[in-house]
Design a protein around this ligand. Structure first.
Ligand code: COA
Length: 205
């Protein structure tokens, strides 16, 4: 049997994480800026790319071209086409520690997103939640409420624009499903099997 004394540090660590999350401790050291309000510097570009590639499930690419297309698909085109729906989390040192990019265009019916096969498979189901987003936080800044803050910034702008709803598609077993649920997203549909099982999570606005 494990002696209770050995469990104490574990309990303290859990309490500490809980306190940081509830108090928003980290967010006092990190600020969220609109992408369009930031000077377009190489450091900003490199910071966004760094968080993007660190957070990505895909880490190995067949060529530089494949890597570059991947970045364009999941990051570049959003910054170019929908820069006003991009938000950047910056540390006190102005390092990029997270971002959210989004669009009000429903990928299921928008030609420039025709390559998002998983979204296409849900067809008309996303029509009441046309906006969609991608959010990523640098590993050492996760679990502190930053992702939730970024979602609320996007949602506030969507409401101002009278957008009826927002959705994301993620893997059914991904850890981020809990994050989206806690931020008001509910499962609307699922398809695929095993590791390729996707869920459409949506939030009415
Ligand atoms: C998902 C993510 C954006 C949430 O941002 P955050 O600031 O960490 O979120 P919050 O502090 O508000 O909430 C914490 C929750 O985020 C999720 N999360 C934390 N680390 C995660 C990780 N490495 N991978 C996936 N989800 C993670 C969990 O749901 C966590 O809750 P839990 O500890 O009870 O499981 C962020 O963790 C992240 O960038 N994860 C990796 C990339 C990713 O999954 N992006 C979303 C793609 S759809």
């Amino acid at each position: 049997m494990i002696h209770p004394h050995f469990l104490l540090p574990l309990r303290r660590a859990r309490l500490y994480v809980w306190f940081i999350r509830r108090s928003g401790f980290m967010s006092t050291h990190v600020r969220i800026e609109r992408y369009t309000s930031l000077p377009s510097t190489e450091a900003l570009k490199a910071g966004l790319e760094c968080v993007f590639f660190t957070s990505s499930n895909t880490q190995v690419f067949s060529s530089d071209d494949a890597r570059s297309k991947f970045k364009e698909r999941w990051l570049g085109r959003y910054l170019q086409h929908d820069p006003h729906y991009a938000y950047v989390a910056l540390s006190e040192m102005n390092d990029v520690v997270g971002y959210l990019i989004g669009s009000t265009d429903d990928p299921a019916i928008t030609s420039r997103f025709a390559d998002l096969a998983y979204d296409q498979t849900f067809g008309a189901l996303s029509q009441n939640y046309p906006a969609h987003l991608h959010v990523n936080i640098a590993p050492h800044h996760r679990g502190c409420g930053l992702g939730a803050e970024l979602i609320e910034r996007f949602v506030a702008d969507l409401r101002k624009g009278c957008v009826p709803g927002v959705h994301v598609v993620t893997s059914k077993n991904a850890r981020n499903v809990g994050f989206y649920n806690r931020n008001g997203f509910r499962e609307i549909a699922a398809n695929g099997v095993g590791e390729r099982e996707f869920v459409l999570l949506a939030r009415k606005l």
